[in-house]
Design a protein around this ligand. Structure first.
Ligand SMILES: NC(=O)c1ccc[n+]([C@@H]2O[C@H](COP(=O)([O-])OP(=O)(O)OC[C@H]3O[C@@H](n4cnc5c(N)ncnc54)[C@H](OP(=O)(O)O)[C@@H]3O)[C@@H](O)[C@H]2O)c1
Length: 294
């Protein structure tokens, strides 16, 4: 069990989306939050909200793709906030494409943001956590890392890598006082990358709330959970797990289910409609309203 009260937490991807909900939960638990993302404006806006809730917040703008500079970021955080107790790797991007249409730069951008930066910042922070006999890392992956998702294949690969890397490190950390968890949300309502495209998601796939994902992060810390699937309710969570188990034995059967419930069609439409994952202007306003930041 990880105690959150009074702890220093790095939260990447803290400027919008799920990061705002995770930050609020951490503030309720009385942690000091070091918010990291590219947008200083976004971080400061979230910081104001957190401080209004009585929370402690430090904004550090940083592009997680600059993996070679992560050691400088860690030094900076140690100087301003002291040793890090909890690392929540939440920053992530996706780019919908027919696979052959990806550029090398796009593939590097997704894999570096979602996987390589997570491994590097963890590699830099782990020695101190191990020395202090205390620490917890939470990685925000996705159900797209449990079963490949067409037209979002590079994202799927990065999240699958994140899930299995977490699995491997958990075994390396066995017997230490440092823990690691991975959260795998399905589609999420109100804020974040699912709704950025404005294309409705298939009803049968289930859709959870950002609050549910943020609550799962806190629970994973308190109960030291290895892997958590987050979906609309317990029934859809159990069904999702069953689908992944069956998919290990009969992958093509689950391909058919994904096709029938509309997952493939949805992503095909996203790949056709979007040239990048940048948020559409009307979505920015909607999301700021949903997070109470407007
Ligand atoms: N929403 C969903 O439906 C869903 C479902 C499953 C999993 N997830 C996962 O949940 C996490 C959060 O997603 P979200 O839905 O909240 O997405 P989002 O609304 O697009 O927010 C992404 C966050 O990541 C930050 N970020 C992106 N690239 C970055 C970079 N290079 N360096 C630093 N920060 C960066 C963004 O901040 P800046 O732009 O300011 O850098 C932003 O704060 C992701 O890992 C995602 O894969 C989301």
């Amino acid at each position: 069990m990880t105690i959150i009260k009074g702890k220093t937490v790095i939260l990447t991807g803290a400027s919008r989306g799920l990061g705002v909900y995770i930050a609020r939960n951490l503030a309720k638990e009385q942690a000091t939050i070091v918010g990291v993302s590219r947008s200083k404006l976004g971080l400061d806006r979230v910081g104001e909200q957190i401080k209004a809730l009585g929370g402690k917040w430090i904004s550090i703008p940083f592009d997680m793709k600059n993996v070679a500079e992560l050691s400088t970021l860690v030094t900076q955080i140690n100087e301003v906030a002291g040793p890090v107790d909890i690392l929540i790797n939440n920053a992530g991007i996706e780019i919908y494409r027919n696979f052959v249409d990806y550029s090398l730069e796009e593939m590097q951008s997704v894999v570096t943001t979602n996987l390589l930066s997570v491994m590097e910042i963890t590699r830099l922070l782990l020695p101190i956590m191990l020395k202090r006999c205390s620490g917890h890392i939470v990685n925000i992956a996705s159900v797209a890392g449990k079963k490949g998702v067409a037209y979002n294949s590079v994202y799927s690969a990065s999240k699958a890598g994140l899930i299995l890397w977490t699995d491997a490190i958990r075994q390396e950390l066995a017997g230490t006082d440092v823990n690691i968890s991975v959260i795998c949300p399905g589609y999420v309502s109100k804020v974040g990358m699912t709704i950025n495209t404005s294309i409705p998601v298939p009803q049968l796939a289930g859709i959870s709330t950002p609050t549910k994902v943020a609550n799962a992060v806190i629970k994973s810390l308190k109960q030291n959970q290895a892997e958590v699937i987050v979906n609309q309710n317990q029934v859809t969570e159990s069904l999702t797990k069953l689908i992944f188990v069956i998919g290990q034995i009969y992958p093509e059967f689950i391909d058919t289910i994904y096709r029938l419930i509309g997952v493939v069609k949805l992503n095909q439409r996203r790949a056709e409609n979007l040239n990048s994952i940048e948020i559409l202007p009307n979505q920015i306003k909607k999301q700021l309203n949903n997070t109470g930041l407007a």
